[in-house]
Design a protein around this ligand. Sequence first.
Ligand SMILES: NC(=O)c1ccc[n+]([C@@H]2O[C@H](COP(=O)([O-])OP(=O)(O)OC[C@H]3O[C@@H](n4cnc5c(N)ncnc54)[C@H](O)[C@@H]3O)[C@@H](O)[C@H]2O)c1
Length: 281
Amino acid sequence: MAATPPRGRLEGKNAIVTGAGGGIGLETSILFAREGARVLMADISEPALAKAQAKVKKIVPSAPRVETIKCDVSKESDVKAMIDSQDSWGGTDVIFNNAGIMHADDADAVDTPEKIWDMTHNINVKGVWFGSKHAVLSMRRNKKTRGSIINTASVVALVGSATPQLAYTASKGAVLALTRELAVVHAREGFRFNALCPAPLNTPLLQDWLGDDQPKRFRREVHFPTGRFGEAIEQAHAVVFLASDESSFVNGTDFVVDGGMSRAYVTPEGPAAPAPKNLGS
Ligand SMILES: NC(=O)c1ccc[n+]([C@@H]2O[C@H](COP(=O)([O-])OP(=O)(O)OC[C@H]3O[C@@H](n4cnc5c(N)ncnc54)[C@H](O)[C@@H]3O)[C@@H](O)[C@H]2O)c1
């Protein structure tokens, strides 16, 4: 009897990744494509998208479909157009609402400018709401009986930090709460909602901000049992699981991918544990 050819874990699924121009979004787009999904990569930056799409196509030449769309997730008309554009593919099965910002002027209760608060919430919270709303409408319109919506939060929504970025932290707490509620609301339609909680990572979002400031870096690194920040690909692997039918009974979770950081008190000494290599950066 001929062996059955291996199937990708996301074969036949139409997936959208926001913030796909770099970091977690790029690594996830690569793994989604490798697992057989048709991927629509979205970002506010067209140059970043073009580079990211070329990388995905180079790394996964067998990818069934990899397209891009410019989308500012804080604008509902952009998000609607992005999701509606997948109707011609058969409708969205998976959306990873991942785009987010952490502004350099974000500070504590006293010093955070209101405009930074509003900007952060418009992108990090409203963006996730719009993505969730139009995903539900699309899944209903396209008669889906299963769907997976994954929203990027952060461990800062779970543990407090003495180096506050209050607007960012509050925005990620909102992502956890809205994701949990939607998970319950839509469970009998087969639409699952989970929040990803990454720890601080080796991506430009954090690393550009830390720069060469070693004390600033050490103050954070010491909290990791592994002695190192996470890599984007370590988040992407978790997102593949949440997107796939393997996680059919995983719903409404705060899916923490943090190397044990939020579980640690005193961390080990000595050299850091080795990190995996990202595929796209
Ligand atoms: N890097 C970390 O340490 C860390 C930790 C926890 C959570 N997160 C979250 O993970 C997500 C991805 O972060 P990353 O580290 O990959 O960051 P990144 O900065 O490498 O990538 C974010 C992408 O989002 C895009 N983007 C920004 N504003 C947008 C908008 N309005 N509309 C569409 N796209 C927009 C950017 O152009 C960029 O390509 C974010 O939600 C972030 O808050 C990151």
